[in-house]
Design a protein around this ligand. Structure first.
Ligand code: ASP
Length: 351
């Protein structure tokens, strides 16, 4: 009988790792080994080596935690009996679409990595954590993911779907089927003991990120320290006082860049244009869409606050990348010392 494939598992916390208190409220408690014990079926799929990295709610995870994890993943043995065939990470659902995207930006896509979580805590009927963990281990151990890892990169495995971090979003607060990729759909679906491929993701953006950040950037990006990026949202009748505050402060309130989740295809109220243009002279201002989906416009509307206007005054457009992820990518590029032209090149590759 052949030995089971070895999978490395890192537990970061989240609902999947909670236990009930006396009051019935849930609090962080379970570590990697506790979680693995909840899934006896794993034994027939892989040998899973677990490590508890953190017991945090996912709103307390940071870019640094994820870069540190990327370093750990890159340091795993690649040959020999100790070399895992893939990596599984569990955490909270609240920031899963962001953390998975950070890892996808910085890892070199040579080892399958799947992130997962749970919407229902372990004390509830039909808790989904154990099934998601099993599906994640199945995903990273699957011949398909291993064969195509360079084309796929990091994945999110949730409710028997394999999803791309670039596209996936938590779309509802509490539903078990909250994780969706509205524009593209899942990459694969799990059924019986198989991972059934559905599609391969478009990864032009990843090639551009790799070219901008260079190989194995996690250590350098960690050493560079924080370059916080503010996320503003264009809303009906918003006076723009937050832009004023960023402009008036000598260090822009400590922000190194700004993402504006604009309306529709990339628009802002016309009264914001001059101030955003002024801000963009000091720190990069990138326009995304508050709609959360679809490519930005380039040549449809003219006039103050339109996409033609904003592009003409030199603001960078984020393609079809969600504003939450645009913010993360901008911080990674700033940490990497990428200049404005380089930043624009990366976002131009985002669709
Ligand atoms: N608040 C939790 C977290 O993100 C929610 C979850 O795990 O579903 O850590």
């Amino acid at each position: 009988m052949s030995a089971k494939p070895l999978v490395q598992y890192f537990a970061l916390g989240g609902t999947i790792a909670t236990t009930p208190t006396e009051s019935g409220a849930m609090k962080m408690g379970l570590g990697a080994d506790d979680l693995l014990r909840m899934v006896p079926a794993l034994a027939s799929v892989a040998e899973v080596r677990g490590e508890t990295v953190a017991k945090l709610g996912s709103s307390n995870l940071t870019i640094d935690v994820m870069l540190g994890l990327a370093q750990r993943i890159e340091g795993l043995p690649r040959t020999g009996a100790d070399a895992p065939v893939g990596v599984v990470i569990s955490q909270g659902t609240d920031t899963l679409e962001e953390t998975s995207f950070v890892l996808d930006c910085v890892l070199d896509a040579t080892l399958p990595v799947a992130l997962t979580a749970a919407m229902r805590n372990p004390s509830l009927t039909s808790a989904d954590g154990a099934g998601n963990l099993l599906a994640s281990v199945r995903s990273v151990a699957s011949p398909w993911l291993r064969a195509h890892v360079r084309d796929i990169g990091v994945v999110v495995t949730f409710l028997d779907h394999v999803l791309a971090p670039f596209d996936v979003a938590k779309t509802e607060t509490s539903r078990i089927d909250t994780f969706r990729s509205p524009a593209t759909g899942p990459l694969a679906t799990l059924i019986e003991d198989r991972v059934v491929p559905l599609s391969l993701p478009v990864r032009d953006w990843k090639r551009a990120v790799d070219a901008a950040l260079g190989p194995h950037p996690a250590t350098r990006l960690l050493a560079a320290g924080r370059k916080p990026v503010a996320l503003l949202c264009s809303t009906l009748d918003e006076p723009g006082h937050m832009i004023d505050a960023l402009l008036a402060h000598p260090k822009h309130l400590g922000y190194a860049g700004v993402v504006v989740a604009g309306t529709g295809g990339g628009h802002v109220p016309d009264g914001h244009v001059e101030r955003l243009t002024a801000l963009n002279r000091s720190i990069p201002v990138v326009i995304a869409s508050r709609t959360g989906g679809g490519p930005l416009l380039a040549s449809t509307y003219d006039g103050a606050g339109s996409e033609i206007n904003l592009r003409r005054v030199g603001l960078i457009f984020a393609g079809r990348l969600h504003a939450l992820k645009t913010r993360l990518l901008l911080e990674l590029l700033l940490r990497g010392g990428v200049d404005r032209a380089g930043i624009a090149r990366v976002f131009a590759a985002c669709g």
